[in-house]
Design a protein around this ligand. Structure first.
Ligand SMILES: [Zn+2]
Length: 321
């Protein structure tokens, strides 16, 4: 009680008043609108769905001097303090015969900054029960976890598809022992998340695999292995336009477009992942397919340009109302 002299009280009150005034003069950050964007391709409507934003350490990029990485990030005005910004996107495709979800976001597998695909799908005016097909590019948790929550299917009427090679890599119990010792714990942690996500679909015979040469709901399956052993992309032709849902053949619209020969630590076979990217990028730059990508800036739809087949440029679509 000794501190309760008039001078102390005056000082204390003044400090409070100053703090309050400073807080009031700061403009509070507004929440963004819901993360969905409609894109019309021929007869098909694509709704890009934002799962959230991730920040990656620049150290994840392989065999590129740190100075060069920072120079590229600076060129793109990328926020280097937090890391390399990358979106996590999924795509809902209305083909008029079928409502297809390509990838599904991370749900709760990676923390609260991700996991908005389901709420953004609802905000876009669709109902989860209307989705009849789910195409997974691969089984990493930021692509598969969004199909269910706490053991219950988010899309109860959907058939889930992934490549035979991918299912075999993650779901064959013999696989873990084939990996180097230091990779086994990480692998088994991922397997656990995958198993939980697909369990409610497997229980109802709604989990299927395909192989090269197959078609699912008019989507051509394309082997783009490297990032994972059974990684596939999906091509959909509609009128004069072909849209390719590329999956994780690229993780950065900055470093991996300026230096496409740069692998990222997430790649299971970095050498093959680079070969795949170089081959696919060359084709897309030459033939002008529309690209829908889970880790390019939301909505992740655009085109790939190259003047020399060495370096590439991401050309995002422009907002259309
Ligand atoms: Zn991945």
């Amino acid at each position: 009680m000794k501190n309760l002299n008039p001078l102390f009280l005056t000082l204390a009150l003044n400090t409070t008043a100053i703090t309050t005034q400073a807080a009031e003069s700061t403009i509070p950050q507004q929440k963004q609108v819901s993360g969905y964007y409609q894109y019309q391709a021929g007869d098909v409507q694509i709704t890009a769905l934002l799962d959230g934003t991730n920040f990656m350490s620049p150290k994840l990029f392989q065999n590129l001097p740190e100075k060069e990485i920072h120079d590229i990030l600076k060129k793109y005005a990328a926020d280097q303090a937090k890391g390399v910004q990358t979106s996590v996107n999924a795509f809902l495709v209305n083909t008029s015969h079928s409502l297809v979800l390509v990838d599904s976001g991370a749900a709760t597998c990676f923390g609260t900054h991700l996991g908005s695909v389901l709420s953004n799908l609802k905000a876009s005016g669709h109902k989860p029960e209307q989705v009849d097909t789910i195409l997974l590019t691969h089984l990493h948790p930021d692509h598969v976890c969004g199909i269910s929550q706490n053991g219950i299917a988010n899309f109860p009427n959907a058939m889930v598809y992934v490549s035979n090679d991918e299912a075999n890599y993650w779901l064959n119990p013999k696989q873990a022992s084939k990996l180097p010792k230091d990779k086994q714990a990480g692998y088994l942690g991922t397997v656990e998340k995958i198993k939980q996500a697909i369990a409610p679909y497997q229980a109802k015979q709604r989990f299927k695999t395909y192989q090269l040469g197959d078609q699912v709901q008019g989507f051509k399956v394309m082997n783009t292995a490297g990032h994972t052993p059974g990684h596939f992309s999906y091509a959909l032709k509609t009128k004069d336009e072909t849209v390719v849902f590329i999956g994780d053949i690229v993780h950065s619209h900055t470093v991996q477009f300026d230096k496409p020969e740069t692998a990222i630590d997430y790649d299971i076979d970095p050498k093959k992942a680079v070969q795949t990217r170089l081959k696919q990028f060359k084709d897309y730059a030459k033939n002008g397919q529309t690209i829908a990508a889970p880790h390019l800036p939301f909505p992740g739809i655009g085109h790939i340009y190259s003047a020399d087949d060495q370096r590439y440029q991401w050309i995002p679509i422009h907002f259309k109302d």
